[in-house]
Design a protein around this ligand. Sequence first.
Ligand code: PEP
Ligand code: CO
Length: 467
Amino acid sequence: MRAPSIGHGVFTLICLLAMTEPTWAPSSWRSLPAGQQPEWPDAEALAAVRERLGALPPLVFAGEARGLLAALGEVCEGRAFVLQAGDCVESFRDVTAAAIREKLKVLLQMSAVLTYGATLPVVKVGRIAGQFAKPRSEPTEVVQGVELPSFRGHVVHSDEPTAHARIPDPERLVQGYYHAASTLNLLRAFTKGGFADLTLVHTWNREFVASSPAGQRYEALADEIGRALRFMQAIGIDLEHERSLHEVNVWTSHEGLLLDYEEALTRQDSLTGQWYDCSAHMLWIGERTRDPAGAHVEFFSGVHNPLGVKLGPSATPEDVATLAERLNPGRVPGRLTLIARMGAERVRDALPPLLEAVRRTEVPVVWVCDPMHANLVRAPSGTKTRHFDAIMAELHGFFAAHREVGTWPGGVHIEFTGEDVTECLGGSEAVLEEQLDRRYETLCDPRLNGRQSLDLAFRVAELMRAV
Ligand code: PEP
Ligand code: CO
């Protein structure tokens, strides 16, 4: 009898792998059910748009995505904290210098408070430069008494309350690309060109914020930072040439919802041969599309960007363990961020079993708290709102759950705007129910205003100090 040759064995193994390992490609999600995709009326027009997007330059580079991966790796090891924040849905109308600047100011203020308060590096990730699409629980909504297809973001259709305006238009995917590009361009200019210089820490405080208790507390903190800088200079440290004082990294992220768009912006890195979704540094999978057998998980399993996954109260320990294995099989620290949005009432019970289940998989993850999305309520007037106290209660529960299990509470994920809006209730200079109509401007979920965001940052810094 002839002994089987080694060559034959290797050949068999390769055949077996080829049969059992479906190869990933940017389009392999197409054979699976994709939730929350718009009903594009014209498949040919969509295909043509996909082709145009595919020929346009990437918005971010693979090397940058690896930079964020490394920064999140530090969070994963408990040596840093992440602040992921921005609009619920960006409006095409708000792609203006003023709106982007005001958002950036609040983000810089919040991160100064967290960095100084907790003496830890803060990884700053904006829900910005591409957060144009929304998943919706209901296919229709009632606007001014008329039932219309639900608003899914400006990258899909107009927010005008007419049935015609709500027809998905693939041309808007191209517009979304250009709006993301100009937002990102300004963001890069602001963060690298002097605006984010730490010596300007005072100037990020806007008048309507500065007059509030949180704003005054911020002024005192900015004074302390200024004094610390002058002290370092006095003892001979060369501040002029210390880049980290003059520039910051603000990374971009959005929900990776529209797979036609994400696929078209997915490119192979020439250095490593790996695929990256070059529409943003980080992408997250939403609560409604995180089915491990669905198209979104398939698509994102193959790109090498840092990923997030939202986890609502219905997520089971098994679901979460499956997602962790599926999305981070290489066990790379920083690759996967799990964003828990359990609700103030549920977080204390629902979160610890998930923390434990993921720990058992030995897949490294960053745990982040989104205290916004499961705390939505309706005011007596019917307006959708969130109460600052419920948001804080969920954050307290998140930190307590991590304390109980012995895991690292890695960060927060919030929806805010730089403007003086009245969309969320409460805060130390409280927005009251009867004031909600005064400046309720969101296109989707209610956002914290500049004051409430700063207030939240001070309170989170306190929670972090106690870890
Ligand atoms: C969102 O982050 O805007 C969102 C829709 O969240 P979730 O998927 O957690 O509901
Ligand atoms: Co939202």
